[in-house]
Write a protein that binds this ligand. Sequence first.
Ligand code: RI2
Length: 318
Amino acid sequence: MTLEETAEKIQTMEIRGAGRIARAAAQALHDHSQTIHPADLLTYCQEMEKAAEILVATRPTAVSLPNAVNLVMKPLKKESELQSAKKNLEERACSFITRSEEAVNKIGKIGAKHIRDGDVVLTHCNSEAALGCILKAHEQGMNIEVYATEVRPRNQGHITARTLSDAGIRTNFIVDSAARHFMKEVDLCITGADAITVNGSVINKIGTSQIALAAHEARVSFLVAAETYKFAPRTIVGERILIEERTPDEILSEEMRKKLPYVTVRNPTFDITPADYVDYIITEAGVFPPEMAYTIIKEQLHWDNDDMSSDLPYCEEE
Ligand code: RI2
C-alpha cells in the first residue's frame, strides 16, 4: 500500500481506532522509506517529512497518530548519513508497531484484573484496548455480560458486538441513548481513548462523556483503557485537542438536508470526559488515576521541554 493509500484509508476510516491508525502510520513511514531512492540525506529527510505531514493531517484528534509519527521521525534530526538514517527510521517504525501491539496485550491483562466474575460491563465504540480487557477476563473463565452501544453515526458498535459474539460473550446491543436507562444493571464501564490531556480529561468517541456522567451518577466505576502514546504531550504547553467534525453526510444525506433549509447537521466525532468522571486509566505501564497524566507524559513518553517547543521540521538544512 502506498503512503497516499494509507492516508486515504485513515481519512475515510477504513483504517480506524486510535491504536490502529498509529500503527498504520508507522508502517506507512517504514514502507515509504523503503520505496524512495533519494540522492542524499537532506532529500531523504525532506521526503519523509512530507510523508509525515500527509499522515498527521488525516485525522486531527487521535494523538496516537502524531505521537507515533514523532517517535519514528524525531531522531532523524541527529542522523549524519543516508543509509543508516533510513535503516534506523525503519527500525523505529517496526519497534513502535511491536511495542504498540504488546501494550494492547498488557492492558488486556491488567484490565482483566479489574473485572470480577459475574460483572456486567458496558463499553462504547470499538476500542481494541477496552475490548482486550473484556476478552481477557472472559478467557480467564469469568462469567461476564456486556452492554455494547451502537455508536452513531458510524456504527462501530457493530464491530464490537461481532467480536464479543464471536468470543461467546453474552452481549446486549443497545442504542447510544439507552446507556443511562441500563446503567443500573452495569457494574463497570470500560472505554478506550483517542487522547488524554495533561489534566486527565479523556477524549473519546462522541457519547462517551454522557455515559461517564450516567456512570458517575449511578456510582458505577468508569475505566479508560489506553496505551501511553494516547497521552497528549503538548497539552502541557497549552495546546488544545481539536475535536474532529466529520461530514454531515454521515448523519443525513444531501438530499434530505436540501429539504431542511433551516437545519444544520453537526457531527463531532469525539467528546471530552472530565477527569472527575474517570476512576482509572489502564495503560501498559500500570493503572493510574487521571490526575497522574502529567507524570505519564514526562516519565513514560519521555517528553521534555525541547520536545514541546518544536515538532516539524524533522530535518534541518546545513
Ligand atoms: P483503540 C476510536 O476512534 C474510538 O473512539 C475508540 O474508543 C478509540 O479510537 C480508541 O481505540 P475512531 O477511529 O485504539 O473510531 O483502543 O474514530 O482501538
